[in-house]
Design a protein around this ligand. Structure first.
Ligand SMILES: Nc1ncnc2c1ncn2[C@@H]1O[C@H](COP(=O)(O)OP(=O)(O)OP(=O)(O)O)[C@@H](O)[C@H]1O
Ligand SMILES: [Mg+2]
Length: 226
């Protein structure tokens, strides 16, 4: 049995805004093997995005144990957390989050520039990942000159450029039509099967669930395998 890429034990997260407390995660347990293509379903407000943010090292658990690819996120210091975010994970969002003034290639290169790599080196790798998502010919186009489906594939390429072990996707098909949804899921499935990248996807879209190797439901801050 390969060791799990995600191991969570009784993780809790409460948001506080002034005097209002929201218990977003109420003791989440999770174990996911490396190479999985996992999906989390569940009602709005159930805690899906919160869990993805914790697993991606964007936010911190309140209490509990959270280990991702051998890194103990519950006890990591800021430096370790930043390193984890930059080296281990890629994020894909519902609305792509591309910079409108940069062309596709430069958008894809941003995570490497943030890590301090040279523009030349970043662009060399950028061209490779654009090829992987089938959009090499659109490298000079800006986001506004691309369809929603193409923009999301550029966002996937941006996630891939750091060679992550884990890609976290929050409602990645939420803004796509059915044709672009199929194209995106074909791409994700092929990256999962051919490169062994683990995917964890939060979604409301039941049409994509057949691609999943592991299915979860998240409700009231509790995660269950389904
Ligand atoms: N920054 C925040 N401050 C306060 N409360 C928050 C914050 N972010 C999320 N919440 C609350 O935490 C709970 C879980 O929210 P979360 O965004 O994780 O749910 P979700 O399952 O992703 O929902 P959706 O399907 O609508 O995206 C909700 O009650 C939400 O209002
Ligand atoms: Mg959400």
């Amino acid at each position: 049995m390969p060791s799990p890429i995600i191991l969570a034990k009784k993780i809790y997260k409460t948001y506080q805004n002034n005097t209002l407390y929201v218990n977003a995660l109420n003791g989440v347990d999770m174990e996911l093997p490396q190479g999985a293509l996992a999906m989390i379903y569940g009602p709005s407000g159930g805690g899906k995005s919160t869990l993805l943010h914790l697993i991606g090292g964007i936010d911190r658990v309140q209490s509990g144990y959270l280990e991702v690819d051998g890194v103990c996120l519950h006890s990591a210091n800021e430096k370790q957390l930043t390193q984890f975010r930059r080296d281990k994970t890629g994020f894909v969002f519902q609305f792509y989050n591309l910079l409108p003034s940069l062309n596709a290639l430069d958008n894809v290169c941003l995570p490497l520039l943030a890590k301090g790599e040279s523009i030349k080196q970043a662009r060399r790798k950028g061209l490779l990942v654009l090829q992987q998502v089938g959009l090499l010919d659109r490298q000079r186009h800006r986001p506004g000159q691309l369809s929603g489906g193409e923009q999301q594939r550029i966002a996937v390429a941006r996630a891939l450029i750091v060679e992550p072990v884990l890609v976290l996707a929050d409602e990645p098909t939420g803004d796509l039509d059915s044709h672009s949804t199929i194209e995106l899921m074909d791409l994700i499935t092929s990256l999962n099967q051919n490169l062994g990248i683990t995917f964890l996807i939060a979604t409301h879209n039941i049409d994509i669930r057949s691609a999943a190797t592991h299915l979860f439901e998240m409700k009231d801050g509790i995660l269950k395998m389904i």
